[in-house]
Design a binder for this molecule. Structure first.
Ligand SMILES: NC(=O)c1ccc[n+]([C@@H]2O[C@H](COP(=O)([O-])OP(=O)(O)OC[C@H]3O[C@@H](n4cnc5c(N)ncnc54)[C@H](OP(=O)(O)O)[C@@H]3O)[C@@H](O)[C@H]2O)c1
Length: 392
């Protein structure tokens, strides 16, 4: 049985307080559809009407159950994908004037909204500079203007990688463009997005998660992210090597930790602030990240070839000159993408982190918690995507 925190207002869930094998409890129909549910907290002092953008996305999907648990009324601004979550739905588009609403609907929404959580974004590195700008910069500015028009607080979701913009840009260069993928463009758009939000005025809290991985206990996530794809390639023996320093940091944060942080900041009466939702100095090293994949593979009976971790400059100096003339273009592109991805995934210095400053999130901030969460994600990946091989 899970043990629930004694203080019902405490959103902190630790691995020991949640049991992934607990069956869903039909007597608690408003709990999130999640095998390891958080404790039901007391009703907050004032349930709010929250406008949520990006509700169908990875973060939005993780966030909705936590908002419902706090009895907030959620108005989800949906875009292309439908939503089946119990939230009130309003079709819109953050790139269009008035979020794509007519004047009357915009005013009505302003009058009804108590707070805004902006989790819509264009995250695919290959989606192109123009679309990233439209959504991540102009869209962010429009949502911030809406919050200012409504006179309500805004929680804007940015990325912890704004701290590494210059390094990512330097590591990307032409290679990124040739591979049709640009982490630098993404980070540039998120950086400019923060500026657009600030320019709109209003009461803004910026949260900056690092790479979002699955739930810290179950590994559940709506869609695999870059780190999942990396792990999948390791598990399928598709990577010739990992272009990174073995001691470099790989910063990620479980989706439930980001969701709990946002809900906690909302309950706290979001005020002008910035929060780095990241592992920081507690992030795993690249070596340890790969080791956990190998250990979980062994546990599942999957044979993973020994993997070398090669510093990117060694790849540039030795591997590229020796092999690039003889491998086909698709193989060159794959290597370029791997190097681009590694410029984001693996960091020489820790990212900033202020996770422990968010009320109720402290226990998620240790190395051990990070390793346990990564293990949960790898296990989930093996079960969901490599099930046949895992049981072979
Ligand atoms: N995933 C990560 O690892 C990560 C890490 C740090 C920060 N973040 C940030 O977290 C936020 C959410 O990321 P995510 O991973 O949840 O992204 P995601 O899974 O790709 O979801 C993006 C969401 O944005 C919506 N959206 C896109 N264009 C829109 C538009 N023009 N108008 C209204 N809604 C629109 C999408 O709706 P439709 O699908 O219906 O278009 C979807 O709900 C982003 O700001 C991202 O930069 C993500």
């Amino acid at each position: 049985m899970p043990t629930y925190p004694e203080n019902p207002n405490n959103l902190e869930i630790t691995a020991s307080s949640r049991n992934p094998t607990d069956p869903p409890d039909p007597a608690r129909p408003t709990d999130p559809p999640h095998p390891a549910r958080p404790a039901r907290p007391a009703r907050p002092a004032r349930p709010q009407t929250v406008l949520l953008t990006g509700a169908s996305g990875v973060l939005g999907t993780a966030l909705l159950p936590y908002l419902h648990l706090r009895h907030h009324h959620v108005i989800a601004l949906t875009h292309r994908r439908p939503l089946s979550s119990g939230a009130e739905v309003l079709a819109g588009d953050v790139t269009r004037p008035r979020l794509g609403l007519d004047v009357a609907s915009y005013r009505h929404l302003c009058a009804r909204t108590d707070a805004v959580v902006h989790a819509a974004g264009m995250v695919a590195f290959g989606s192109g500079r123009a679309s990233m700008h439209a959504v991540n910069v102009e869209g962010a500015g429009r949502v911030a203007r809406f919050a200012a028009d409504a006179g309500v607080p805004l929680i804007h979701v940015s990325t912890a990688y704004v701290a590494r913009y210059r390094e990512i840009l330097a590591a990307g260069g032409n290679r990124a463009e040739r591979a049709g993928n640009s982490p630098a463009d993404y980070v540039a758009s998120k950086t400019a997005g923060e500026e657009a939000v600030a320019a709109a005025g209003g009461k803004v809290t910026v949260v900056r998660p690092s790479i979002i991985i699955g739930d810290s206990v179950t590994g559940e996530i709506a869609e695999p992210q870059g780190l999942h794809i990396f792990a999948q390639q390791v598990l399928r023996n598709r990577l010739p090597f990992v272009p990174s320093d073995p001691a470099s940091y790989v910063d990620f944060v479980p989706q439930d930790v980001v969701a709990r942080a946002i809900v906690s900041l909302l309950d706290d009466g979001a005020h002008p602030a910035e929060h780095w939702l990241s592992g920081g100095a507690h992030a795993l090293t690249c070596d340890r990240l790969v080791q956990v994949i190998v250990e979980e593979a062994a546990e599942a009976g999957i044979a993973v070839r020994p993997l070398r971790v090669l510093a990117p400059d060694v790849v540039e100096r030795l591997v590229r000159p020796a092999f690039f003339d003889v491998v086909p273009e698709w193989a060159q592109t794959r290597l370029d993408r791997l190097l681009d991805m590694s410029s984001v995934l693996f960091n020489e210095k820790p990212l900033p982190s202020s996770l422990t400053d968010v009320p109720g999130i402290g226990a998620a901030a240790g190395v051990r918690a990070n390793e346990d969460a990564w293990r949960a994600s790898v296990r989930r990946l093996i079960a969901d995507r490599l099930g046949a091989r895992a049981s072979a």
